[in-house]
Design a binder for this molecule. Structure first.
Ligand code: CU
Length: 506
């Protein structure tokens, strides 16, 4: 409908213009060509001057009116260390181009007025003027040099990479249709290697999980955190099409190009809370955030820094927006500690895991030790008898034998630690098998396995009197022995706290 109305308007305007043209032609015939030309020129000249004045006023008024939505003016001050350099460079360029803009427009329209057609006036022909040539070459050259030199200096400062030995945090931003996968290096402070050939549905960043540096890398959820005052180096990459990593409040903007890693280094200088506090000064930020709820929070209270994609990368482009919180170092550390390793939570033990044959990775041992001691504490404190039996799920034996695998030592040491924490604790170690093979043989095997655990504990200084080793064969299955998964569940080693553990460990 709208399109039809626009089309009709267009046709009508065209008809009106054609009619005006015809009328003008007729008047010209009546009045005479010369007189007509003189009238037209007079009016064109006058209209030029009016246009010039209205236009220049419009430029000034609109610049003033919209100053609060321009970066570097009003509330949109830079929140990074290098941001001020870019803002001042922008202002310097605006100053010189502004002068040229105003002067050329005045000249253009003033000349159109002054040299309009007048009877008997002849044009003045300028063949050549060396002095003028020198002036209008020299002035732009000097200004351009100034701008380029300042610009180069700013570029070198803004694009400077981190120096050897400098304290910084490095993160990776992978642009894809339509989200940013942001990867943090985890406790080791180092991002793991990646290779696009390793990309799968789960491992969408193509992380190489044979690289131990990847094991603790973190891919946080929607909200991103960064500490204030600390250098951040962002590795910027893209998976599919061109994206653009844009943090407007920090004056960070860099293309994410498939196959061509880029980077940006910046230092956030204002926390989210500080920036919100600055916004309070502006009336527009004191309006309610939600117009439907006039008593609700104000706009400044709901302000957040944002990460956007500044490249029109496809239909869902807008959904690449992410919230970035700049917080004091302690708050960042607390948030960072809560983030879980992407590898351990999403990949470990699944089809994409290249370390499947390795039972325990160095990174897992401390995590398991912590969980183990927490479980023992819970079991000790529980009044329920069923809670007193705990699985030793990382203790494994070689097939058909009672020889402990090399990897079992981590779990065994956790048990030793628990025995030392509760010096009075007496336990039963129980071996169980599935129903494959002869029941009598299974019983012997499970007994041998429980004894192997007992022997390990005694070599580590635990008194044999505190540990009973029993083999139950296939007599106590956890699940029916009908599928390989269930049989694996039934082949297990457990321990039960029989008593002697005080709830207050020594
Ligand atoms: Cu994008």
């Amino acid at each position: 409908m709208t399109a039809l109305i626009i089309l009709l308007c267009f046709i009508l305007v065209t008809i009106v213009l054609v009619q005006i043209g015809k009328v003008t032609e007729l008047t010209a015939q009546i009045k005479g060509e010369r007189e007509m030309l003189r009238d037209n020129s007079k009016w064109n000249g006058l209209l030029s001057i009016i246009f010039l004045v209205v236009f220049l006023f419009g430029v000034v008024i609109s610049a003033y009116e919209y100053k609060n939505v321009m970066l570097g003016y009003g509330p949109l001050q830079s929140a990074s260390k290098h941001g001020g350099i870019l803002d001042s460079l922008f202002n310097l360029t605006l100053f010189f181009t502004g002068i040229v803009f105003v002067l050329t427009h005045i000249a253009l329209f003033w000349f159109a007025f002054k040299y309009r057609y007048q009877e008997g006036r002849k044009a003045l022909f300028y063949v050549h003027d060396n002095r003028l040539e020198v002036w209008w070459t020299a002035i732009p050259a000097i200004v351009m040099t100034l701008l380029v030199v300042r610009g180069l200096n700013a570029w070198n400062e803004v694009m400077a990479d981190v120096k050897e030995g400098e304290d910084y945090i490095e993160i990776e931003a992978l642009g894809q249709q339509f989200n940013w996968a942001i990867r943090y290096p985890g406790p080791d402070g180092k991002l793991g290697a990646r290779d696009y050939k390793l990309t799968t549905a789960i491992n969408s960043g193509g992380q190489d999980f044979t690289d131990p540096k990847n094991w603790d890398d973190v891919i946080p959820g929607q909200e991103l955190y960064l500490p204030v005052g600390k250098k951040v180096r962002v590795r910027i990459i893209a998976k599919d099409v061109l994206h653009n990593f844009y943090l407007p409040h920090f004056r960070v903007k860099m293309d994410a190009v498939p196959g061509m890693p880029t980077y940006f280094v910046f230092t956030p200088s204002k926390t989210t809370a500080e920036f919100r506090n600055e916004l309070r000064k502006y009336p527009e930020f004191n309006e309610p955030f939600d117009p439907a709820d006039p008593n609700g929070p104000k706009r400044w209270e709901k302000f957040d820094y944002e990460l956007a994609c500044a490249e029109l990368c496809g239909k869902g482009h807008y959904s690449m927006r992410r919230v970035l919180k700049i917080v004091p170092q302690e708050e960042f550390d607390a948030w960072y500690k809560k983030q879980e390793s992407f590898y351990l939570t999403q990949v470990r033990g699944k089809a994409d895991d290249p370390n499947k044959d390795k039972m325990t990775l160095p990174i897992e041992a401390p995590i398991r030790a912590k969980a183990f001691s927490e479980n023992v504490k819970k079991a000790v404190e529980s009044a329920n008898a069923a809670d007193k039996t705990l699985s030793l799920k990382y203790i494994n034996f070689e097939t058909g034998s009672s020889k402990l695998t090399e990897d079992s030592k981590y779990e065994l040491d956790n048990l030793v630690e628990a025995m030392n924490t509760y010096p009075g604790m007496v336990i039963e170690v129980a071996g169980h098998t599935d129903n494959t093979g002869e029941p009598a043989q299974n019983k012997v095997l499970s007994q041998d396995r429980a004894t192997a655990v007992l022997n390990y504990l005694t070599t580590r200084g635990i008194s044999a009197g505190r540990v009973k080793a029993n083999g139950y064969g296939d007599s106590k299955p956890l699940a029916p022995n009908d599928t390989p998964e269930n049989r694996a569940k039934n082949r297990r080693t457990e321990f039960t706290i029989l008593g002697g553990a005080s709830a207050n460990p020594s």
